[in-house]
Design a protein around this ligand. Sequence first.
Ligand SMILES: *Cc1c(COP(=O)(O)O)cnc(C)c1O
Length: 217
Amino acid sequence: MSLEIVKEEIKNACAKYNREVSNVKLIAVSKFKPIEDIEEAIKQGQTVFGENRIQEAKEKFSTLKEKYPEIELHFIGHLQTNKAADAVAIADCIHSIDSIKLADALASEMNKQGRDIDCFIQVNTGYEEQKGGVTVGEDLEKLYKHCVEELKLNIIGLMCIPPVDDVADIHFALMHKIAGEMDIKYLSMGMSADFDAAIKFGATHIRVGSAIFGDRS
Ligand SMILES: *Cc1c(COP(=O)(O)O)cnc(C)c1O
């Protein structure tokens, strides 16, 4: 477990880029990792976790949340509309709203379950066909407006996953610019390989898996 090392690196990045450590939330991405690993991280003081598949999230975190009521689960993976009910039931934050249809389903479930969950809109900054997220410009603006004005969803920020072969900085810089223009407060970006750059460009939520828990293989 390299949680302490990652935290040290976050601290160093914040010092380097003149950011407050308290403004960078570390989401420990525990996908594919067993409950024991998560409990070890909890014992080291980690309270925020990320998962990308609903079934797995349910299996691990329904038990964990009972045992450790202070922990927070962020859902960071692609979400199908028919899983919206499960996502709303288990997650404390959803990072991957990428269509009007999904936003509608989530809003309806939140009403039904009496939950008001913080959400991010996922932006496909690399125009990758296989990746979730809306494209920058009209699509993003339309979805944001629909979420906020029609559905009254609590959209707190934007999320992105840069293309693996690209220099991440370009995508993070773009996200920083859009968030500024749209007056959006939070940015979910940066993973094990690039959270330093993400912090440089204003990330407020970084999603770090393998650097903490080891390779997933
Ligand atoms: C797996 C995953 C991460 C963490 O990736 P690492 O490279 O292991 O840090 C971050 N964000 C999303 C959306 C993921 O699916």
